[in-house]
Design a protein. Structure first.
Length: 294
């Protein structure tokens, strides 16, 4: 019997006031009300949306614990809608994380801590943040299970593969991508376009991406937020770097049919992956010519 679960999702492409949490909170509340009026089941903001991206040494000043009243106030405002916000989390033992929180019904239901902290180009996140350690999924509403990976996490294909094997049927991707951060001839907008379309098509998994809009400090965040179907085709996409609310309806039956046609998740050989990763870990640095062949 076909599943016909449809949900409406929304993306808030917002400008951020760097290190001004109170101003960013007000912007979040306004977008939450707009998304509610659109009937969205999910609203996602960009990476570090409550603080701005370039927090650097101010991370300790803008950090919030998961039970911070400011987060909980947004969770109350969310009501039955699921809201994903980016913030600096102060975790156990005074560790600070680039994190995203899932808010609903007055609670913080789930937190993802960014795993892949970039330290190239003009980025030096590993100087300020502790690494996340886990890939998990959370239930948005049945039958939708969502993976939440932050920006550079998606530049480690293994993390996306793990998310799919954990059962994700929806990829949430809050990012903070600026034109200047990598350098050279690399185009961030083009790179993200290829990457997101590839993951959606390869795993039969809709992708929701939210980027920051406009300028923050010396960086230009190019926007381009979007919602892709399980074939990688855009259902909604921001044309530039202005603040905007995007919405689109996702159809679970399209996910089922895409995964039946291209069964990447089904055909993943976990035993082989486990064996080969274990072999690499335990034999790292051993020249190929002296490894045992049996």
């Amino acid at each position: 019997m076909a599943v016909a679960s449809r949900i409406k999702v929304a993306v808030a492409q917002v400008a951020t006031d760097l290190n001004h949490v109170a101003r960013n909170l007000e912007r979040h509340r306004a977008f939450i009300e707009d998304a509610k009026a659109e009937g969205a089941a999910l609203l996602m903001f960009p990476e570090l949306s409550l603080t701005g991206y370039q927090v650097a040494d101010h991370a300790v000043d803008v950090a919030m614990a998961k039970d911070d009243p400011r987060l909980l106030s947004l969770a109350e405002a969310a009501g039955e809608m699921t809201v994903v916000v980016g913030f600096v989390e102060e975790g156990y033992a005074a560790q600070f994380y680039n994190a995203a929180a899932v808010l609903r019904r007055g609670r913080v239901d789930f937190i993802h801590r960014k795993i892949n902290l970039p330290s190239y180009g003009r980025m030096e996140e590993d100087k300020y943040f502790a690494e996340g350690r886990y890939v998990e999924v959370f239930t948005l509403e049945r039958p939708w299970d969502a993976s939440l990976l932050i920006c550079a996490d998606l530049w480690n294909p293994g993390l996306v593969h793990l998310s799919a094997l954990h059962g994700a049927t929806l990829m949430l991707s809050p990012i903070a991508s600026a034109n200047e951060v990598v350098g050279g001839d690399f185009s961030n907008p083009d790179g993200w376009d290829v990457t997101l379309r590839f993951y959606a098509m390869m795993y039969g998994m809709p992708v929701v991406m939210a980027n920051i809009a406009g300028r923050e400090g010396g960086l230009h965040f190019w926007g381009g937020s979007r919602i892709l179907d399980p074939h990688g085709s855009p259902l909604a996409q921001a044309k530039g770097d202005e603040e905007v609310l995007l919405t689109a309806e996702l159809d679970y039956d399209a996910v089922r049919r895409a995964r039946f046609a291209l069964p990447t998740v089904r055909d993943s050989n976990l035993d082989l992956i486990h064996r080969e990763v274990d072999r690499l870990v335990n034999r790292v640095g051993v020249p190929v010519g002296v490894r045992r062949t049996v």
